[in-house]
Design a protein around this ligand. Structure first.
Ligand SMILES: [Zn+2]
Ligand SMILES: [Zn+2]
Length: 316
């Protein structure tokens, strides 16, 4: 199993010469296997590049399974430009989770971005090719609910874990060909929301926070490749002392420092840092990677750690 990165940017596409090396397209990954349907994770603007590639190199009709981590724009706004959805005879299964608390299904949210005010092509054009699956419906009667595993294809098992993010978001662990790979989608380490400024003094809340973070680390235990949301440095996340409005706490993203620590505890074999902050230039990312490669060398010697780039292919 290999993973190809078609979009690695978080929050907003960032075209232009200053981001050309790492890439400005938002999140999209492709899982490469020798057989079986094509597997795609997220449909940020990177999915348009994948679309171009498929139209040139793979004969239609298309058989595709798409796993969407969550419905924030940067993870779905390439979807209307993914040409295989318009190719008659194709079968595109799209899996995700809707924002339950607003009473909207995953399908409703996906369809809403292709309505008259936003996009010129009507959803009805996709009715024969695209089928949506909402995990809230699929696993309504399962003990444990959404979290658990299922067979995406006869050879690929997918494990689901809800992450800490300001909308329902899922981390996906794919198990196939004797290997395991995780894409976290967006995830912020849990913290005590009653102590937004930092360290909690409430021992019960601290124990709960630790338990939630431990569960996430257990989910990552021993994976061959962990692709993880690494939007901020710890300093950016905390903000300036005495200026709480500069903190990024509660925005739903993780840090270089935390993720290297997580990889150490979970004994991850390969660590890919992704969802690059849209304000970062290529030179910024180079500088950060130099700094954090040194930290990783000390903390997790022997583990390959890298920042994702558009077009990169990684062995799981
Ligand atoms: Zn995002
Ligand atoms: Zn998000």
């Amino acid at each position: 199993m290999k993973v190809k990165f078609w979009g690695v940017r978080g929050s907003l596409p960032t075209p232009g010469p200053k981001t050309a090396r790492y890439g400005g397209n938002t999140t999209c990954l492709q899982v490469l296997r020798e057989s079986g349907p094509l597997i795609v994770l997220d449909a940020g603007t990177g999915v348009r590049e994948l679309s171009d590639h498929l139209m040139k190199s793979v004969k239609p009709p298309y058989d595709i399974r798409m796993l969407v981590t969550h419905t924030h724009w940067d993870h779905i706004h390439g979807f209307p430009f993914f040409v295989p959805i318009y190719v008659p005879g194709s079968q595109i299964e799209v899996y995700g989770i809707g924002p339950l608390h607003h009473g909207k299904s995953f399908e409703r949210v996906m369809r809403d971005q292709m309505t008259y005010s936003y996009f010129p092509v009507e959803n009805t054009m996709l009715d024969d090719t695209v089928k949506y699956f909402d995990f809230n419906d699929l696993f309504k009667h399962r003990e444990g609910g959404v979290e658990g595993h299922f067979k995406l294809t006869p050879e690929v098992t997918v494990h689901l874990k809800i992450t800490n993010h300001p909308v329902f978001c899922l981390a996906y662990k794919l198990e196939a060909d004797g290997k395991k790979f995780i894409f976290t989608g967006d995830h912020e380490p849990y913290y005590d929301t009653n102590s937004p400024g930092g360290e909690s003094t409430d021992t019960e809340a601290r124990a709960l926070v630790e338990l939630m973070n431990d569960r996430f680390i257990e989910f990552c235990e021993g994976v061959d490749l962990l692709v993880i949301d690494t939007t901020y440095t710890e300093a950016e996340y905390n903000g300036q002392p005495g200026k709480p409005h500069t903190s990024k706490r509660g925005w739903g993203h993780s840090t270089f420092e935390y993720n290297i620590g997580l990889a150490k505890r979970a004994k991850v074999k390969k660590l890919a840092l992704t969802h690059h902050d849209p304000t970062r230039t290529d030179d910024d990312l180079d500088r950060l990677m130099e700094k954090y490669a040194a930290l990783a060398k000390r903390e997790i010697p022997g583990v390959e750690v890298f920042a994702t780039r558009e077009g990169m292919v990684v062995d799981v």
